[in-house]
Structure formats: C-alpha cells, structure tokens
Design a protein around this ligand. Structure first.
Ligand SMILES: [Zn+2]
Length: 232
C-alpha cells in the first residue's frame, strides 16, 4: 500500500513523511519485485483464489495506492507501465479534481493503462464510527456509482479509510457489489475478501524486502495472525 510518491516537502508532518515514498525508492522497489521473482497480481486474482476458482502464481503481490493523490499519476504510473505491473488506485470521490488530487481525465488515463480504480469512500470518514446506515451506504455505494458512471467501468474494490471498519461496514461493502475490500496493517484473517490486510510500503528498500520476505500469512488460515506482523 502506497500513499504519496514524491520528494518529501519541508513542511511534511511526521505522519505525512511516513506516507511518502520517493520516486527513486519506488522505482527501486518495483525493480526489486522483478529481480526477486515476485508476481504482481490484481485483486481479482486473489478473489478467485479465495473462492477456490483459481491458483496464484509464486510470490504474489498486489500494489495499491490510497487517497487519490495526483503525484501517484505523475510519479508512479510511468514506472508501473514500464514494468508492466497492474495496480489499484483507491480514490475519494469528493476529492476528485481538487488541487493535488487526481482528475477525471487522469483516472481515465490510469484505466486505459490497464490499472484498476477502486473506491475509498466519498469523504474518507472512519466507517466504524458511522451509526446511521443511510450515511454508511452513501459513503460505500454512492462512491461506487459515481466512479462507474463517470468512468464507464466496473468498480470492484473498496479500501476502508484508516483501515478501520466493523461488521456492518464490511457487510454493506459486500451488498454494494464490491468483490473485495482492503483494510490496513493490523492483524486480520486473510481468508475473508472483505477484510484484506496490507503492508504500508516504507521509504526504504531494505525494509521493503524484509516485509515482503516475512513468513506469509496463509490466505486460507482460519486463525488470527500475530498482531503487527508484516505479512504480504
Ligand atoms: Zn486513506
């Protein structure tokens, strides 16, 4: 999981810095995947595997980008195309076309490059804090409708803002017609397509390799994995 792909700016907060990978490090990470036999797959391949409809290649990896920052288009998309990697861009629909965020033409260009666009809600709230089912549905379903009508493509993936969700949110994501939902870096059962875990990519090649090389959490495991472990 990536957020900003850019040079750190001097006014970055610690949190912002943590969410930033420089274009140089990103390029080396993409190269690392290629040189170390990783196979970049779309979410659909993982979903097929979890439904026991298809197998996964060795060392599978999913690349995704959160929050719809314009620097992902400027600095990451060309690298992804160069390596022929697929990636999913999770966008916040209310922020599309805002300064610093992806525009509709950029989203169309990303789709045309063979990438996926997923929903990251309308306004990036913590879904587990929303009690009103209508408001929850609006965040989850209206964002999908907006993307699909503007882009003319199916939107199959969802990412929970801050990785936070509860049973009501996960079940609504399923009802809205998504086939997978990604959370964040906390211990979750990987066999549930609506509770997928992720690793936040560090701005460091050695750590990146270490995280990827950590013992994988079995996709079909029923038990909870240890908290905080960096799996794939
Ligand atoms: Zn986010």
């Amino acid at each position: 999981m990536y957020h900003h792909i850019r040079q750190p700016v001097s006014f970055s907060s610690r949190a912002e810095r943590r969410l930033t990978v420089t274009p140089e490090v990103f390029d080396r990470q993409m190269k690392y995947l290629q040189e170390n036999g990783y196979h970049v797959i779309p979410f659909a391949s993982l979903v097929g595997y979890l439904k026991r409809e298809s197998e996964l290649p060795d060392k599978p990896v999913i690349i995704s980008f959160d929050d719809g920052w314009e620097d992902q288009f400027v600095n990451a998309l060309p690298r992804l195309e160069e390596y022929h990697y697929n990636a999913t861009f999770f966008v916040i629909t209310n922020f599309i076309d805002a300064p610093g965020f992806l525009s509709w033409p950029q989203l169309r260009r990303i789709l045309a490059a063979g990438m996926e666009i997923g929903s990251h809600t309308r306004s990036h709230p913590r879904l587990d804090k929303i009690k009103n089912p209508g408001m929850l549905w609006d965040q989850i379903y209206a964002s999908k409708q907006t993307l699909e009508s503007q882009l003319g493509a199916a939107v199959e993936e969802f990412a929970y803002p801050f990785g936070s969700y509860n049973a009501a949110a996960a079940s609504m994501v399923r009802s809205a017609g998504y086939s997978a939902a990604r959370a964040c870096c906390i211990g979750r059962v990987q066999s549930d397509a609506y509770a997928l875990r992720a690793v936040m990519a560090p701005n460091d090649l050695a750590k990146f390799g270490k995280y990827l090389g950590a013992p994988p959490v079995s996709a079909r495991a029923r038990s909870k994995s240890p908290r905080g472990r960096a799996g794939w």
